[in-house]
Design a protein around this ligand. Structure first.
Ligand SMILES: Cc1ncc(C[n+]2csc(CCOP(=O)(O)OP(=O)(O)O)c2C)c(N)n1
Length: 535
């Protein structure tokens, strides 16, 4: 047994592409990948004859082709057909409507619930406990569906999985100390997965605090430290500011879990009718035109550039834009660890997933890059093979909600772009449409990409080879799953050497079809699958 590793080295042999099958829509999202109709290959640049040296046009693009509001660019008809991801933040899976709008004074529990609902929370996962009954009542009244589990660990994983899959935060709730401590694994997972999540825990009534009362513990100072931010408001007057900060922290910048601890008696206290909390959030940051131009020049002028793409692309529902971007520049894409569904693995430019289970060609290709775009990826230890990617001396751009700033022995990017992945990609694709690349460079890239793809395909096949047992050949299991599962099926996993077989051998065809903990937490797979199937 190997702690925290998934280092299986599956044997190799070719793997047939699986038959596509009719599939149910992604649960909980009416505009989910099931709506997709075509791979994103319709927007490749024109024929080679048009590809002549004209990098100046990258430097000075037609202003009309680069509107300021890049997020508003309407997709072209063929691009729309290729869009495999749902629009972000759809209300299609609307759970129960608000039972009764709160008019007049509200309890703190109801105020909390109303703010969560306004922040986008539709589901709360919990093992109910008596220390937060006031909050449970508020949730139902506010129109948040409460799902009960048998263990708080599962509740926290379900909330994380729901947030990871939909981009919308879910909540998990637990009773003071004993239940709350069980949420720890999911809080940690949400932190490492950059998933927005609200963690709400009951606390000992205020009159008894400080005496090591029944189930009393410093929740903010203990497992609250696993969260991105945590607080325990002392009285009703502190609650609005704490809620506003919780929303900002959970959804702003690099998203993450926040923990709020409430004394049982505080939840039942009333706040005046005029008390309100502003839960509105500013839109995500967007790349400036000169930044986009600099990134395009970096990739266009390199010989062996590569794109390393992570969860930020999935969260922004912008996989089809990434595919288009890569195709326009002829730059291959490698997925960050556990983000293997970031673009279709059948795309000729996809060169595998980094991290545990990856074949040697993935690391080699990353190390050979002479320029790199890292997008929507925090460059964690596993993805970077121990912080060795990007390699020293290689120019690289980091497009992220929280681009790396350097420090802690980590190399800063050559170009840091604080931007939502979708905003960057849409702007960049728009600029690239009018640009013309050097024909010789394009030919060279095509040849290299074909060779690299063939190497990866050969190394990443898992079905063949000897298997002396026990049980069934794991590679066979993965290959069979690919054959029988519809493209829209969502695969979930947790930690263990078995994960290496899926990491290397499964072929994702749609974004939003994989859920896994970058925390390496065991026990995630089943609750995540249940959450993925939430109605
Ligand atoms: C919650 C949790 N506990 C412990 C670990 C450490 N750990 C990682 S893999 C593993 C063993 C997994 O065994 P199994 O599920 O049988 O899969 P295998 O590795 O044998 O394929 C353990 C204990 C962990 N990652 N998460």
């Amino acid at each position: 047994m190997i702690d925290h590793t998934e280092t299986a080295t599956p044997s190799t042999e070719s793997q047939e592409a699986a038959d596509a099958a009719e599939a149910p829509q992604l649960p909980g999202d009416a505009t989910a990948p099931g709506d997709a109709t075509a791979p994103a290959d319709a927007t490749a640049p024109a024929d080679d004859g048009a590809e002549q040296a004209d990098l100046d046009r990258l430097a000075e693009p037609d202003p009309a082709a680069a509107p300021d509001d890049v997020g508003e660019i309407a997709p072209e008809p063929e691009a729309a057909a290729a869009d495999a991801e749902p629009e972000a933040d759809t209300d299609a899976d609307e759970p129960p409507a608000v039972v009764a709008a709160a008019t007049g004074p509200r309890t703190v529990g109801r105020l909390v619930a109303d703010v969560l609902r306004a922040a986008g929370v539709r589901y709360a996962f919990t093992v109910p406990g008596e220390s937060f009954l006031g909050l449970l009542e508020g949730l139902t009244a506010a129109g948040i569906r409460v799902v009960t589990t048998r263990h708080e660990g599962a509740a926290s994983f379900m909330a994380e999985a729901y947030g990871q899959l939909t981009g919308r935060p879910a909540a998990c709730l637990a009773t003071r100390a004993v239940g709350a401590a069980n949420l720890a694994i999911g809080i940690h997972t949400a932190r490492q997965n950059s998933t927005p999540m609200f963690v709400l825990v009951g606390q000992v009534e205020r009159a008894f605090q400080g005496r090591e009362a029944f189930q009393e513990v410093d929740q903010v100072g203990s497992f609250g430290q696993l969260a991105k931010w945590s607080a325990e408001p002392r009285d009703a007057g502190e609650v609005p500011a704490a809620l506003a900060e919780a929303v900002t922290q959970a959804l702003g910048g690099r998203p993450g879990p926040v923990l709020l601890s409430f004394a049982e008696d505080l939840l039942d206290e009333e706040v005046p009718a005029e008390v309100s909390v502003d839960a509105t959030r500013a839109g995500p940051p967007r790349a400036e035109v000169p930044e986009t131009r600099a990134v395009l020049q970096l990739l266009a002028s390199a010989e062996r550039p590569v794109i390393l793409a992570g969860a930020g692309v999935l969260r922004a529902r912008t996989s089809s834009d990434l595919t288009r971007f890569a195709e326009l520049l002829h730059v291959p894409v490698i997925a960050a660890w556990r983000r293997g569904d970031v673009i279709s693995n059948d795309n000729a430019l996809f060169l595998g997933m980094a991290g545990y289970g990856s074949p040697p060609s993935v690391r080699e290709r990353l190390e050979q890059a002479d320029a790199m775009l890292v997008i929507g990826c925090r460059l964690n230890e596993v993805t970077t093979f121990g912080y060795r990617i990007p390699a020293a001396g290689v120019p690289w751009a980091h497009v992220d909600l929280a681009p790396r700033e350097g420090g802690d022995g980590l190399l800063p990017p050559t170009i840091a772009v604080r931007s939502d992945a979708r905003a960057f990609l849409r702007g960049a694709v728009q600029r690239l449409r009018g640009a013309v690349l050097d024909a010789g460079l394009v030919d060279a890239r095509r040849a290299t990409n074909e060779r690299d793809r063939a190497t990866w395909e050969q190394e990443a096949a898992v079905e063949g080879g000897e298997w002396s047992g026990p049980g069934i050949h794991p590679g066979r299991v993965i290959a069979t799953l690919r054959r029988v599962l519809p493209d829209e099926a969502i695969l979930t996993t947790d930690a263990g050497n078995f994960g290496g077989w899926a990491a290397r051998g499964f072929r994702f065809r749609r974004p939003g079809t994989f859920l896994g903990p970058t925390s390496g937490a065991m026990g995630y797979g089943l609750p995540a699958a249940i959450a993925a199937g939430s109605p």
